[in-house]
Design a binder for this molecule. Sequence first.
Ligand SMILES: *[C@@H]1O[C@H](CO)[C@@H](O)[C@H](O)[C@H]1NC(C)=O
Ligand SMILES: *[C@@H]1O[C@H](CO)[C@@H](O)[C@H](O)[C@H]1NC(C)=O
Length: 369
Amino acid sequence: MKFDFAIVIIAVSMLGIGLERCDCKMVQFIFGDSLSDVGNNIYLSKSLAQASLPWYGIDMGNGLPNGRFSNGRTVADIIGDNMGLPRPPAFLDPSLTEDVILENGVNYASGGGGILNETGSFFIQRFSLYKQIELFEGTQELIRSKIGKVEAEKFFQEARYVVALGSNDFINNYLMPLYSDSWTYNDETFMDYLVGTLQDQLKVLHGLGARQLMVFGLGPMGCIPLQRVLSTSGNCQEKTNKLALNFNKASSKVVNDLGKQLPNSSYRFGDAYDVVNNVISNPSKYGFENADSPCCSFGRIRPALTCIPASKLCKDRSKYVFWDEYHPSDKANEMIATELIKKFGFKRVDQTQSSSPSPELAPSPTSDD
Ligand SMILES: *[C@@H]1O[C@H](CO)[C@@H](O)[C@H](O)[C@H]1NC(C)=O
Ligand SMILES: *[C@@H]1O[C@H](CO)[C@@H](O)[C@H](O)[C@H]1NC(C)=O
């Protein structure tokens, strides 16, 4: 009798595990800035951070502007494609419905946005990371009313999360005398404030169900054409690069510590600095001819805020690392994504078996990133 009882318990618990499986697809929720924006700012009509005019998007789809701050794809597009994950549409895309969200996820990234609320205020409209998280809460509400609380919780716990912001907190905040943060803080206190804010935000995301999350660090932002043209020598601004390195160091510690503390979480830090730096330092090795000026520029007038219809394009867009003053070209993004896929071992996800935690996002205590 006792024996039978045990069998019943085993059978019930096996059934229980079976019922825990979510029938939904694995999708991504992306939080970011212009490097990941796929069209939110187009719908923020007052925003000055826009990729809504030619020649943005010239090498993608029908060649018309689609909101990406590049001539083609973003790094997140390329990594997602490689992993077999659908490309999440922009949150403000009018065609976004519950069904679209369940199939594709959502991208909240917004050009000019930062970790800090005050970052990029010069652009008038943009979604800061807190705002993006607030919008994500709204998305959760919507999905809960569509598929119920239990299924929704599984859906959001199985999804992949990408957080990639921070360069605007320097370029369009701390390093600009226009912003009060630039005279309120010094390098050290600003870093504490910035990374502390990121830590709080990552905890909020965990509270909302994010379990498999990757935070991307900053590239050598002192080497973007805008920073070079502002330096007298035309070289990279080492002070700016140092801030990026310090940010990466501090935020990788925060992310790794949270990964250990937060229950059931697989939080990883993706340090892309070396990958991008290699492309910028050895352009010819990667097939590029130019790594210091934008492909799209307005004659000799530099820096320009964005690429505009009156700008001239370089002859071969695949030979330029940078598309405009801030953003890499499609080709550079492809190189960067390919290197990141190698470095972090991103694998294709199996959409037929969505509920088991996937090995490629498992925390690796020995990782040097
Ligand atoms: C940041 O903005 C969010 C809304 O997007 C708001 O809820 C929060 O209080 C703000 N935080 C600070 C420190 O101003
Ligand atoms: C962690 O996972 C276990 C087993 O799946 C579950 O019972 C528990 O509620 C989870 N905890 C959190 C905070 O998600």
